[in-house]
Design a protein around this ligand. Structure first.
Ligand code: GCV
Length: 689
């Protein structure tokens, strides 16, 4: 009889968990205790802080909390001082951030001690690659939350405003304080008068949350929108056009953040079209923005088809310009030298540009990491980049310290993340992709946080049971043991698993063309630029595989500071995770494991696939602790994730085997697909989502 009763209770707990769409993100309502709040001031932002406290207070019922704006030199920018009795800050926004941290501590059952928290980066900015028609470049979560097509596309509705407020709140809760509303492949129409009215409405909705708006601009806007004969940055009329446009923007949005620019990159116009440098182009815009406090985030994502190694190009083009940029220009550099691959060494520009402000650009949207189909937690990848040592000012010159103003004087410090947000009910397409938005914000605030800590917090906030339902489960440690620990383990292993089943040991860019979802190591349509085809990157032939970037090859290694350059140059000292990034090696090359390179590749592909299989088991065991809707949605995605990981392994091993004609080690599971079939299917569209 006892057993029957016990079973009944477990089922009841699981079934009673209310279905959740995921729309509430990590900010789920959980019923609050009454709290008395004393606040030293009144404003829209402070009202939000008060409201959040009253809605979310999980501390002692009837406790008093003081929110106090009082100058304190040890608090920087919008940082805050936290105590059990309240929050102190220099700014209103600091108070709001402190309140979110206070509530987060309560919800994640972590102690509140007297402490100061200051942001690592001053500007923590999302980049939306959203187009004016509402489509999102590399977006996998539905249409844009800012733009739409149709005749009344620019009309602002109450529904729009409500959604933008929810978006502002989510960002504020993790410290994000800026957003670029449109694609870096920008349309000139973004700067039209009608479009700016909509930008103003968005800025108004986001302002109380401390989220500033920025716009991506097309360099040739003076000609395309303004009707001028040229967009030459040194032309007086062009200079005047930008000044007038900037003035118009600030008359509508007095706290506008500034411009993001993709210039002379992938067909976008830029100053080089007029024989000018990136510095001349960026400075012209910076001068227009300066009187209003605006900045220019100028991207270093440039490469041409002529250079023999794409990985070298941003450095070659930007290093000679170091020191030539205005102090309100920040060079925005992708984490790696190529393009957001599952694994890249850090970009050699970090720490190398010493007289110019530099900011990292991370990609939250999973363009190269399984879209919103695969469960891949990206914080370990970002942690890897931010903590990489550039050695540019001696040991300990990490990418984080080289960009946050610690090592080099920067008037502004910033970090950008390409957003994974759309109109899908759960915002990000995959419930676990929300963790990547969350992790970006948390790392931008504190680049020293570990991916483990962030995952722990996120799981607790996103999945912990509602108070009434399973408080007992939480107290008994049951939830921690059976849900938190295994799910966190799955998240922490997921990025390495993806590297393994997609492109281990430093392989990169071997995706099927255009959509970058499935494998396509063979993809090389006639006449296509070689650097847009995978064979350019893997260089497989009968003898070996990998891109030779050593001193005997393209010499990309010498863009790194010693001791890294020599370390990367020698296969014996090059970390194996980057081996085929820097070296072309024989298939029989002996790895540290004792295996040949070919055998090691086979093992890596196999281990990636097996890990995803494990993820399925972990998730299925978690069923009693998750509401039915989110459980089923994640379960279904994991099934496809596994199938697609298997396809990655089969496609890559069978394709590379054509060159080396070596057997796949016999203790490895045999491929279950034929190469000729795999070469015909388009993985992205061959399944239902
Ligand atoms: C917005 C890659 C992506 C493009 C993207 C580009 C960029 O090439 O595939 O979609 O364009 O990077 O970052 O500018």
């Amino acid at each position: 009889m006892r057993i029957i009763v016990g079973t009944f209770i477990v089922c009841f707990v699981a079934l009673s968990a209310k279905a959740e769409t995921g729309h509430e993100l990590w900010l789920r309502h959980r019923g609050a205790n009454p709290v008395k709040v004393v606040c030293s001031g009144e404003s829209a932002t402070l009202s939000l802080a008060l409201h959040e406290l009253r809605q979310g207070w999980q501390g002692e019922a009837g406790a008093s909390v003081a929110l106090e704006i009082r100058p304190d030199k040890s608090i920087k920018g919008d940082g805050y001082k936290l105590a059990a009795s309240g929050v102190q800050a220099n700014t209103e926004l600091g108070i709001l951030y402190g309140v979110y941290e206070l509530l987060r501590r309560q919800q994640t059952l972590r102690p509140i001690q007297d402490e100061i928290s200051n942001p690592s980066y001053e500007r923590r900015v999302l980049n939306h690659w959203d187009n004016p028609d509402g489509s999102v470049e590399r977006g996998y979560a539905g249409h844009s939350i800012f733009w739409r097509s149709g005749t009344d596309s620019l009309a602002v509705t109450e529904k729009d405003r409500a959604l933008w407020q929810e978006y502002g709140r989510a960002n504020a809760s993790i410290g994000i304080n800026g957003t670029v509303l449109n694609n870096v492949n920008a349309s000139p129409e973004t700067l039209s008068g009608e479009s700016l009215i909509r930008v103003k409405a968005i800025a108004d909705a986001l302002r109380p949350y401390g989220v500033k708006t920025y716009l991506s601009v097309k360099f040739s806007s003076p000609s395309l929108l303004g009707g001028l004969k040229t967009s030459d940055p040194l032309d007086a009329q062009v200079v005047q056009w930008w000044k007038a446009k900037v003035k118009e923007i600030y008359s509508l949005i007095p706290d506008f953040g500034g411009f993001l620019v993709k210039a002379n990159s992938e067909g976008q116009p830029g100053p080089q079209d007029y024989g000018r440098t990136h510095a001349q182009g960026a400075n012209m815009m910076a001068d227009a923005l300066k009187p209003f406090g605006g900045i220019v985030m100028w991207r270093a994502f440039v490469y041409s088809s002529e250079d023999k190694d794409r990985a070298r190009q941003a450095y070659s083009e930007f290093m000679p310009l170091d020191g030539q940029f205005r102090d309100n220009v920040i060079i925005q550099v992708k984490n790696g030298p190529i393009d957001f691959q599952p694994r890249e060494p850090f970009s050699p520009l970090f720490g190398a540009m010493k007289k110019t402000s530099v900011m990292p650009e991370l990609q939250i949207t999973q363009e190269y990491l399984g879209h919103s189909i695969q469960l891949v937690y990206l914080a370990p990848m970002w942690e890897e980049t931010l903590q990489s040592d550039t050695y540019q000012k001696g040991p300990g010159s990490t990418v984080a310290r080289s960009t946050d103003g610690t090592l080099f004087p920067q008037k502004y410090s910033a970090i950008a993340g390409v957003a994974n947000i759309g109109l899908d009910a759960n915002w990000c397409g995959h419930h676990f992709a929300q963790a990547n938005w969350y992790a970006f914000g948390r790392l931008a605030w504190n680049s020293g946080l570990t991916s483990d800590t962030i995952a722990d917090e996120w799981i607790r906030l996103t999945f912990s049971p509602n108070q009434k339902e399973t408080l007992n489960a939480l107290k008994s440690g049951d939830w921690t043991k059976n849900f938190l620990t295994p799910v966190k383990e799955m998240m922490l292993r997921s990025r390495e698993a993806a590297v393994n089943y997609m492109m281990p040991l430093g392989l990169h860019h071997i995706f099927a063309g255009t959509h970058h979802y499935g494998p396509g190591p063979w993809y090389a349509p006639k006449g296509m630029r070689p650097d847009w085809t995978p064979p350019y990157y893997h260089q497989a032939d009968a003898l070996g595989i990998g891109f030779d970037r050593t001193r005997a090859g393209s010499n990309a290694v010498d863009q790194y500071r010693e001791p890294l350059a020599s370390q990367f140059n020698d296969p014996a000292t090059c970390p194996e995770i980057y081996l085929l990034w820097f070296h072309h090696l024989p298939w029989t090359y002996r790895m540290k494991s004792g295996r040949t390179l070919w055998d090691e590749l086979c093992y890596r592909y196999e281990s990636g696939v097996l890990q995803v299989r494990q993820f399925q088991k972990i998730w299925d065991r978690a069923e009693p602790y998750v509401d039915a809707q989110r459980f089923a949605e994640v379960q279904s995605k994991l099934r496809r994730h596994y199938r697609d990981a298997q396809i990655w392994k089969d496609a890559c091993l069978l394709y590379f085997q054509q060159f080396n004609r070596l057997p796949i080690p016999y203790d490895i599971e045999r491929p279950v697909n034929d190469l000729e079939d795999l070469m015909k299917i388009d993985l992205k569209w061959s399944h239902h989502n």
